[in-house]
Design a protein around this ligand. Structure first.
Ligand code: NI
Length: 252
């Protein structure tokens, strides 16, 4: 299994990070993509992956960072993106849940980072919260870019629009929630070769551990629910989503 989205340097893992990773490996998670999406997390993530060869990284500025990110920071990001095992830019995007009044500033930051992705020919990890339509309209302006719409929150029809643009969509813990109808619909309608599984750890913990801190091996519950929705077995979900990650982010 590959946990394709984990904030491994988050302080919630500070007490027992080694134990978390050892357990995850024993449970079959052999590869990870760490996310660094503010200045401190980017620095920490780049340092962390140097001593953890089982980790790839995606780095970039989250939309809620729109006030603090300077053009100098973006020049630095451009350099950082060329370090070993950094395979994507993200999570970048639009977040109208936390910042409904700063749509334009967020879009400016997003477009600047999409330009970097294009220049470096890197895949992207998109964060879109209560902003799917505007995200779609921005991405439409960048044909040829690919990547994932992380922790996709829309329904199956909405997901298929992003698939048409060349993206895959990531499913997380909420697919296991009682109110996870949209995510279940995505699992049903989107072809398996366009899906990724991710924890977004330490957040979005699936049932039956909901309410606790997330752990990489819990992606199994996400895979299990995708399998239920598609009426296939979980091994097939794990196998295909693993090769999806390798295709999109490692070019394999
Ligand atoms: Ni995240």
């Amino acid at each position: 299994m590959i946990d394709t989205h984990i904030h491994i340097t988050d302080k919630q893992y500070n007490e027992d990070r080694d134990e978390v990773l050892t357990t995850a490996k024993n449970e079959g998670v052999e590869t990870f993509m760490a996310i660094g999406c503010d200045k401190q997390e980017i620095t920490n993530t780049l340092a962390f992956i140097k001593s953890h060869p089982e980790f790839y990284a995606a780095i970039g500025y989250h939309p809620i960072e729109f006030e603090s990110v300077t053009d100098d920071d973006l020049r630095t990001l451009h350099e950082q993106l060329q370090e070993d095992n950094v395979v994507a830019i993200g999570e970048i995007g639009l977040d109208y849940h936390w910042y409904p009044d700063n749509k334009e500033e967020q879009e400016v930051l997003l477009r600047k980072q999409l330009d970097i992705a294009k220049a470096l020919n890197l895949p992207i990890v998109i964060h879109a919260r209560e902003a799917l339509d505007d995200t779609y309209n921005v991405l439409k302006d960048y044909p040829g870019l690919m990547g994932t719409i992380h922790s996709f929150s829309g329904n199956g029809e909405e997901a298929l629009k992003f698939i048409e643009l060349g993206f895959v969509v990531g499913l997380t813990g909420p697919i296991t929630f009682k109110n996870g109808d949209n995510q279940k619909d995505v699992a049903k309608k989107v072809p398996l070769d366009k899906l990724l599984i991710e924890t977004d750890g330490p957040y979005l913990t699936p049932v039956p551990h909901r309410g606790k801190r997330n752990r990489p091996e819990y992606i199994y519950y996400v895979a299990q629910e995708i399998a239920n929705q598609k009426g296939i077995n979980v091994e097939e979900v794990l196998e295909v989503t693993t090769s999806n990650f390798k295709r999109v982010f490692l070019g394999e």
